[in-house]
Design a protein around this ligand. Structure first.
Ligand code: FNR
Length: 370
């Protein structure tokens, strides 16, 4: 893999016009080839849900509180039995070589530098073992259940052996419609973007569709995980099993009742069902349904520390960043990813200071208005 995948060679330095976390989104088109940018930025189909995610975050305001004592404050929290320094995780993002020749290895180095939990995608361009070796501790592994249970079990075993602290099963995109903008820009996955985690498992067993059978329902969905697989998955590992991609309160409750360690309220950044509600719109009712103490993470649309604050105030314990992470990776490699996390954390702390919140628990009690 050479630098030629990137539109402008990403240097080791941070461009001087990056002044806030969101600036990485503004600058990313300069550092990514147009079809790659469209692929990363786009949601599925028309991108209706991707746009809704940002609109919903913008619809809330935070009321300032004055004269509060917050000098003893901090952003620490416990998740899955481990202490995290701040509530910002790197979301699983596949194919990071689209953004940087060393892809996920650079993100792992940034995670190490900022003591951030990285959730490593099944579809990473480096193996989960190489990524774990590149930096950081306490990372989580995002699992796409494989058509062959033996392969799924082996992925879980390998993640555990490599020191990952949790398995995150993603369930919201068993079939994906690529962004129409990316298709129109001629996006094709480059040959260099392989998925080495899956290399040893052989080809997916072919299922020839009978005449009249559906490519979607009898094809893709035949291989998709269902509720019946959950119990088996839980029994496969002593690690906490999270489920990512939940919006409906009934699903949230059922997952909690099934003994799932926690859920990620997410619509995959709008890359699943186009027309789904904004993730943030569903967060308060999901939190109310599962109770105050059940672990709930949030993603889809986070671009600033204020966005992190709003998600926490509306019920999340912590958030994940997807596109911001890859934009920063494209602009300045590991340095950029570390920088964007540092920005988000400080922007969050400014919101805390000006709204009278010393801790994340105080944020949950903060007043938001629409
Ligand atoms: C993703 N996302 C994703 N999710 C997942 O569980 N496994 C994966 O491999 C990927 N891959 C992926 C690639 C790209 C290019 C994007 C943009 C996203 C979804 C991701 O984890 C997260 O849910 C969203 O990105 C969150 O929305 P924001 O932060 O991008 O707005």
């Amino acid at each position: 893999m050479t630098d030629s995948l990137t539109a402008e060679a990403s240097g080791p330095s941070i461009p001087p016009d990056i002044k806030c976390a969101q600036d990485y989104e503004r600058l990313a088109p300069r550092f990514l080839r147009t079809p790659f940018f469209e692929y990363i930025a786009g949601g599925s189909a028309e991108g209706v849900t991707t746009a809704a995610n940002r609109r919903e975050l913008g619809a809330w305001t935070v009321c300032p509180r004055v004269l509060a004592e917050v000098a003893h404050g901090h952003t620490r929290l416990m998740l899955g039995g481990d202490e995290h320094l701040h509530p910002i995780l790197l979301a699983p993002v596949a194919h990071q070589k689209l953004a940087h020749p060393q892809g996920e290895l650079e993100s792992a180095r940034a995670a190490a530098a900022t003591r951030t939990c990285m959730v490593v995608s099944t579809l990473s361009n480096y193996t989960l073992e190489d990524i774990a070796g590149a930096g950081g501790t306490g990372h989580w592994f995002q699992l796409y259940a494989q058509p062959d249970r033996a392969a799924t079990a082996d992925l879980i075993r390998r993640a555990q052996a490599a020191g990952y602290r949790a398995i995150v099963l993603t369930v919201d995109a068993p079939v994906q419609v690529p962004s129409l903008d990316a298709q129109r820009a001629g996006f094709q996955m480059p040959a260099a973007c392989t998925t080495p985690n899956l290399a040893g498992y052989g080809p997916v067993p072919a299922h020839d569709l009978a005449r009249g059978e559906s490519r979607v329902l009898h094809g893709y969905m035949r291989r998709a995980a269902t509720w019946r697989d959950l119990e088996w998955l839980r029994a496969e590992t002593p690690l906490p099993l999270w489920v990512k991609g939940v919006l409906h309160v009934d699903d949230a409750r059922a997952l909690r009742d099934a003994g799932i360690a926690g859920i990620v309220v997410s619509n995959h950044g709008g890359r699943g069902l186009d027309g789904a509600p904004a993730s943030l719109a569903m967060l308060p009712e999901v939190r109310a349904a599962v109770g105050d103490d059940y672990p709930v993470l949030f993603d889809s649309g986070i671009r600033s520390g204020m966005d992190v604050f709003k998600a926490l105030a509306l019920g999340a314990d912590a958030v994940l960043i997807g596109r911001l992470q890859v934009y920063a990776l494209a602009v300045a490699g590991a340095l950029g990813v570390a920088h964007v996390v540092t920005f988000l954390r400080e922007e969050l702390e400014i919101c805390m200071a000006l709204s009278g919140c010393a801790t994340l628990a105080d944020i949950r009690r903060a007043t938001l208005h629409r």
